[in-house]
Design a protein around this ligand. Structure first.
Ligand SMILES: Cc1cc2nc3c(=O)[nH]c(=O)nc-3n(C[C@H](O)[C@H](O)[C@H](O)COP(=O)(O)OP(=O)(O)OC[C@H]3O[C@@H](n4cnc5c(N)ncnc54)[C@H](O)[C@@H]3O)c2cc1C
Length: 510
């Protein structure tokens, strides 16, 4: 696949190596493990020999973060994600555990865990979700109560990927039930819980729709005794720690959807070129070509947004919208691509002899795990609207006397004095002509009038009391205002509001 022009020499070399290694070593192992529903231990060992577990670990602890960075991590994950599910323990370790220790651990913790993670000796597990805290992960209920040098932990976690194969569990527990801490998001603390901790057990191994053999589990913590020295950061910093690496995590959760898209494309094209129906190869059928075209553009766009996000992350830029888009777009694309691949391959598509059957099942997981597509859309909306605030502002518009239609102004008009309620009503009524059916925000009104907040509220309330204005209030006070029908009548004569298209026959008007 394309090596993007902004990749470093080291990243280009890494991409070539990762592709070759995946083709030659990991795919045969990975496909076999998936069909046997076995955890991909051999693939994990092979990956460890390449040093890829240390992709996001600084050189000081034996890793390659400075050289490969988030882009390198995405490259490795993209390639390895073509080989069954072996990329998953790599991902949960690389960006679900190692990065939290790198960014939030103290020196003793870094020395204790990072060199061993780097060698592939410790597998990490992301341990956030609970039976009653899914998308609303701040609602974690498992408690950690300090007793001397230990925390006593009680509660349950669920859906943890690779849970039965992991050594380090990057966990978040409730350390304060005070409402003010919950409000300030200082109610959680972050811990690395180690396999073998007394009272820490696997409660269930789930039978899942896809991600065969990966050990998706429920975990139970029953008076589990975790040393204080396993707490990352200070008590109450759990949410901050969880959020700190989220952009990188989202980008790298999008990367493993790229490999499956590529596998779908190559298996589909192989099939279409070699399958004859109605006397010709079915790749000549336009609807099949369209499906493949759709798969290709989705892959191109998915790769662009993932690697753009990774590049920004390597530059230290905060890119929450791009990160959310990359996870949402790439995983939604993979779902559609997998469905199209199966459809193009007909009966062969649903047989386990080709990977597209598995990819279709796995694709659904990607739309749910690590933030559902709906939650990501909420983030894109909320953060996107904040980011685009300046671009979203439409220019002030006035009724042009020539065409009697609202036209944008290059520069805002000088504001008129807002001396009384009549001035405010005139603005609200004029807005009925310019933006029919829309209310005005307080800022909108102040674009027209030179008026203090207090006076504006006062005059609006007077108008409301007189039935001349309709107001919409939030907890913060008046948010939107408009002229009522009576207000419109009071502000201007009826002719002021009239507009007749030039084509309208005056004889037809009344
Ligand atoms: C395969 C797989 C692997 C996973 N691996 C891990 C792991 O390793 N570690 C871990 O901690 N967790 C893991 N999870 C958990 C995963 O992060 C959660 O499943 C996910 O966050 C959704 O939570 P939920 O399943 O409880 O769904 P819910 O939160 O109950 O949501 C159900 C539906 O409602 C929608 N919804 C919920 N709230 C809103 C809202 N406010 N607005 C719009 N829509 C909303 C959701 O989008 C979804 O469609 C994994 C899950 C899966 C399926």
């Amino acid at each position: 696949m394309e090596k993007f022009p902004w990749w470093s020499e080291a990243q280009i070399k890494l991409a070539e190596d990762a592709k070759k290694f995946t083709d030659e070593v990991l795919i045969p192992l990975g496909e076999r493990d998936v069909l046997k529903k076995k955890f991909p231990w051999e693939g994990v060992k092979q990956i460890a020999t390449k040093g890829w577990f240390g992709t996001l670990i600084p050189k000081k602890y034996g890793g390659r973060a400075e050289e490969w960075g988030v882009t390198g991590a995405a490259i490795i994950i993209e390639e390895t994600s073509r080989a069954g599910v072996v990329h998953t323990p790599l991902g949960t370790t690389m960006f679900g555990s190692a990065t939290q220790i790198v960014h939030n651990g103290n020196e003793e913790q870094k020395q204790r865990w990072l060199p061993r993670i780097n060698k592939g000796e410790l597998i990490g597990c992301i341990t956030m979700t609970e039976p009653y805290a899914g998308s609303d992960v701040a609602g974690i209920e498992s408690t950690a109560v300090r007793e001397g040098d230990y925390y006593i932990i009680n509660g349950k976690k669920r859906y943890q990927t690779v849970a039965a194969a992991a050594d380090l569990y990057m966990c978040y527990f409730l350390t304060s039930s005070k409402p003010e801490d919950r409000k300030a998001y200082t109610h959680l603390s972050a811990f690395v819980v180690e396999k073998g901790t007394p009272g820490f057990h696997i409660e269930k191994v789930n039978d899942t729709m896809g991600y065969d053999g990966l050990y998706n589990c429920y975990l139970s913590l029953d008076n589990a005794k975790v040393p204080v020295s396993n707490r990352l950061g200070e008590e109450g910093e759990g949410w901050k720690i969880m959020m700190s690496g989220l952009n990188v995590e989202r980008i790298l959760n999008a990367a493993p959807t790229l490999g499956p898209q590529r596998e779908c494309i190559r298996y589909t094209q192989q099939h279409l070129e070699r399958r004859l129906q109605f006397g010709r190869p079915i790749c000549e059928i336009a609807t099949n070509q369209f499906k493949l075209a759709d798969m290709i553009w989705k892959l191109y766009l998915s790769r662009l947004i993932v690697y753009y996000g990774a590049y920004c992350a390597d530059l230290g830029k905060d890119v929450p919208v791009e990160a959310a888009i990359s996870k949402m777009f790439a995983s939604d694309s993979t779902m559609v691509t997998a469905l199209d691949a199966v459809q193009c391959m007909g009966g062969n598509g649903v047989m386990k002899i080709y990977p597209v059957e598995r990819i279709m099942r796995d694709a659904k997981h990607a739309q749910i795990a690590a933030g559902t597509s709906e939650i990501l859309k909420l983030i894109i909306y909320r953060q996107g609207v904040r980011d685009l605030k300046n671009d979203l502002k439409v220019p002030q518009r006035v009724i042009d006397p020539d065409i009697n239609m609202p036209l944008p102004l290059g520069k805002p008009l000088p504001r008129k004095p807002g001396r009384n309620e009549a001035d405010v009503l005139a603005v609200l009524a004029e807005n009925y002509r310019i933006n029919p059916g829309l209310h005005m925000t307080m800022e909108d009104i102040k674009e027209w009038l030179d008026i203090s907040d207090a006076d504006l509220v006062k005059y609006l309330e007077i108008l409301e009391g007189q039935g001349l204005a309709g107001l919409y209030r939030t907890r913060k006070g008046i948010s939107l205002a408009r002229a009522t029908y009576t207000g419109l009548q009071k502000a201007f004569p009826p002719e002021h509001y009239q507009y007749f298209g030039t084509w309208a026959d005056p004889n037809d008007l009344f």
